[in-house]
Design a protein around this ligand. Sequence first.
Ligand SMILES: Cc1ncc(COP(=O)(O)O)c(C=O)c1O
Length: 432
Amino acid sequence: MFGSKTQSLQQRAQKVMPLGVNSNFRFWGDGITPYVQKAKGGYLWDVDGKKYIDYRMAFGPIILGHAYDEVDQKVIEEIQKGILFAMTGELEVAVAEMIVEMSPAIEMVRMACSGTEATMHAIRVARAFTGRDLILKFEGNYHGFHDHTLWSTYAPVEAYGNRRSPIAVPASSGIPKGMREFIITLPFNDFEGFERVMKSYGDQIAAVISEPCQGNCAAINPQDGFLQLIRTETEKYGCVFILDEVKTGFRIANGGAQEYYRLQPDLVTYAKALGNGYPVAAFGGKREIMSIIGHGVAQGGTYTNNKPGIAGAYATLSLLKSKPILKTIEKRGQRLMEGLKEIFDENDIPSVFTGYPAMFSFSLNTDSVTCQRDWSQSDHELYIKLADKAIARGVMPDRDAREPWFLCYEHSDADIDETLNVYAEAAKEIKR
Ligand SMILES: Cc1ncc(COP(=O)(O)O)c(C=O)c1O
């Protein structure tokens, strides 16, 4: 699939890095793992110099475009004044003010460096606030690499047991067995199961954590009323509702899923699009909850005010506030989704589209996808076959059907047209 430089770099990398990568998710297999040379706007070039329209967007952070000049200029200007301090600067206060202003559910916020850190801190705060230990999460949702919620994330769903009494399955060796005591898992969009579990365990649950859509499982949307049910049930039992907006935040709307669904969770986590790729994250929420931090509740980090991340966030949020960036992405994404749907229909491939124009996915040879258990029945092999043909023609979605397609502001109408041409050819070829 890739050229000779890619192959030799993979061999070199595998001698010094497990799988030859710095995140398991970047490994597609021996001989089929891409290695990048550079990226600009909506494009990237692999080490063999081949150009692609990129729809992976670094797993979601790139909301404006790769190497976006206005953001990079602000970062360069700021890092020349020092990159890290054991004290607080004005720029990070300004970023916190912007997050509070743009996010309907956030009154106070703390910065972090990654989505993993943001959800880890939010869970600590929720446990401290409620004095409880149990966390409820949904199968197929991913909240980062810490041990608290890395359960029933990527396992084959056969291991999850019956949906009435799901088995929580650790997604890795090395997670202490004892942590199973602190986690309850449920299928996403299971209204009846959620109400039943809340009735039994609600008063022991510290937090219900959920992505608004299943951003790590084909962007499966919440059914009407599901997020609202989480809100009312958590209120009823005094649990903290943590909305994990690491993928949806500053992407599906300036105010994220809180604005999109008119939702008031207790805590919210951000990363990814917040900094257009610079390492920055945040968690925040109600003043009553956030203000326990520092009063017997520990939170911090040497790099939580790192200047590249803070300056990246400052520039990105300033642009999102001042231009109709997300509306433009939405229009182009809508055309891409509709065009792909038409191609699958024309080629008699049943498809279900999920997510939002800025972050969507499709499941093939199926007619309904409401949770990871449904998604696992869809035709992943066909998804990969199409993706491989597209990649060979210079259009790069992720090969993993669970990972959504991400659009950025610099994806042009011509890029959308080219992508549709490539998928039309690929679909026709497969049909033949
Ligand atoms: C919803 C969600 N939460 C948390 C994380 C973890 O973020 P990070 O990779 O920055 O640690 C991710 C990463 O993909 C995510 O999608």
